[in-house]
Design a protein around this ligand. Structure first.
Ligand code: UT7
Length: 332
């Protein structure tokens, strides 16, 4: 019998309508459009502004989008995994809330926290459930409302992040397409460079932690940049090598959208020309767990059955990784 693999059979996405442009940010902090564009590649990001709305309000419409495209009902989903660092609440899991909002009453659901690598971690986990033969329809969501944890007086971080969600449906196949290999890594000693100081069990929220702005993203940008360039490029090259793939075999690189300079360095290391690299950072900024599925969502119509695609990410933890998928369908 041929091996069961997990094919991506539909992609969904959602970004809120409100745009926060570089020119808007010029009025909020001491920055300018030219600096942001040349240092990061970002021109604008989307922000979920409505009061009382959270990450599940990004994830739910993204999943509904893919259900509509695949023509199936939410009740058919067996398992729903949400990668996020901005859950609606500390508990319950945002995946539970998304499943409730879309009516996925037969799904068990849970969150994965691996920051910007969260989607790759969740994709690999979901694919294993399909490969085992135990589940037939697993939804993997990457969703983050980064605006909830950004200090809009800190020019070092507020220019980078945005809100959004993307989702994929995994189903079993034996035709050789699907998630074929992954290399995932983590190194918790990197936490000093990228974290949120308070709100967890080490330092629960107090008036003092709020006053000290400890519930926002803390990032030492230059240090993270160096680790990200090396981590993403190394693991992508290793993935190609161990699968005997050359740059010519790869149709698309889907890199985490943190910084255009990190994306270029990864593509160069893999020997890939710009035409094969998905880049939408200029429109959405860094949406953390949502960057990779939002790229697939934007490029879905150009993908062809049999395309070799490498997804690569690096983020807080540190966590990083690369995944090789063979695309499973042509979009009509
Ligand atoms: O997705 C999770 C993983 N995260 C990443 O991969 C992010 C990795 N890091 C980065 O992308 C970059 O380090 C940043 C975009 C965050 C910053 O870019 P950089 O080229 O590393 O800038 P820098 O921090 O070295 O700062 C250079 C200069 C400094 O001024 P001085 O000290 O040279 O006078 C900063 O104060 O730029 C200044 N600066 C700004 N100027 C205008 C910092 N932020 C801004 C700003 N506008 N927004």
């Amino acid at each position: 019998m041929s091996k069961i693999t997990a094919a991506i059979t539909a992609v969904g996405g959602y970004v809120p309508e409100t745009k926060l442009t570089n020119f808007d940010l010029e009025k909020m902090v001491d920055t300018n459009d030219e600096w942001i564009r040349t240092r990061t590649g970002i021109e604008e990001r989307r922000i979920l502004k409505e009061k009382g709305k959270g990450t599940s309000d990004l994830g739910a419409p993204a999943v509904q989008d893919l259900l509509r495209k695949r023509g199936i009902d939410a009740s058919e989903i067996d398992c729903l995994i949400c990668a996020t660092v901005t859950p609606d609440m500390t508990f319950p899991a945002t995946a539970n809330v998304i499943a409730d909002k879309i009516g996925a009453g037969n799904a068990w659901s849970f969150d994965i926290n691996a920051a910007c690598s969260g989607f790759l971690y969740a994709l690999t986990t979901g694919a294993s459930f399909i490969e085992s033969g135990r589940y037939k329809k697993v939804v993997v969501v990457g969703a983050d409302k980064m605006s909830a944890i950004i200090d809009y007086t800190d020019r070092a971080t507020c220019i980078i992040f945005g809100d959004g969600a993307g989702a994929v449906l995994l189903e079993p196949t034996t035709d050789g397409t699907g998630v074929l290999d992954s290399i995932l890594r983590s190194d918790g000693s990197g936490r000093q460079y990228l974290h949120m100081k308070s709100g967890g069990s080490v330092s629960p929220a107090t008036i003092e932690t709020v006053t000290a702005k400890e519930h926002f993203v803390y990032q030492e940008g230059q240090a993270v940049f160096k680790f990200a360039v090396k981590g993403m490029a190394d693991v992508s090259a290793e993935l190609l090598e161990r699968n005997n793939l050359s740059a010519d075999d790869i149709s698309w690189l889907v890199p985490h959208q943190a910084n255009l300079r990190i994306i270029d360095a990864t593509a160069n290391r893999m020997g890939l020309p710009k035409e094969k690299v998905m880049v939408n950072i200029q429109r959405y900024g860094n949406t953390t767990a949502a960057t990779l599925p939002l790229c697939l969502w934007d490029w879905e119509k150009q993908l062809k059955k049999g395309d070799n695609i490498v997804l690569a990410a690096f983020g807080g933890g540190f966590t990083w990784g690369a995944t090789w998928i063979k695309w499973a369908y042509d979009t009509k």
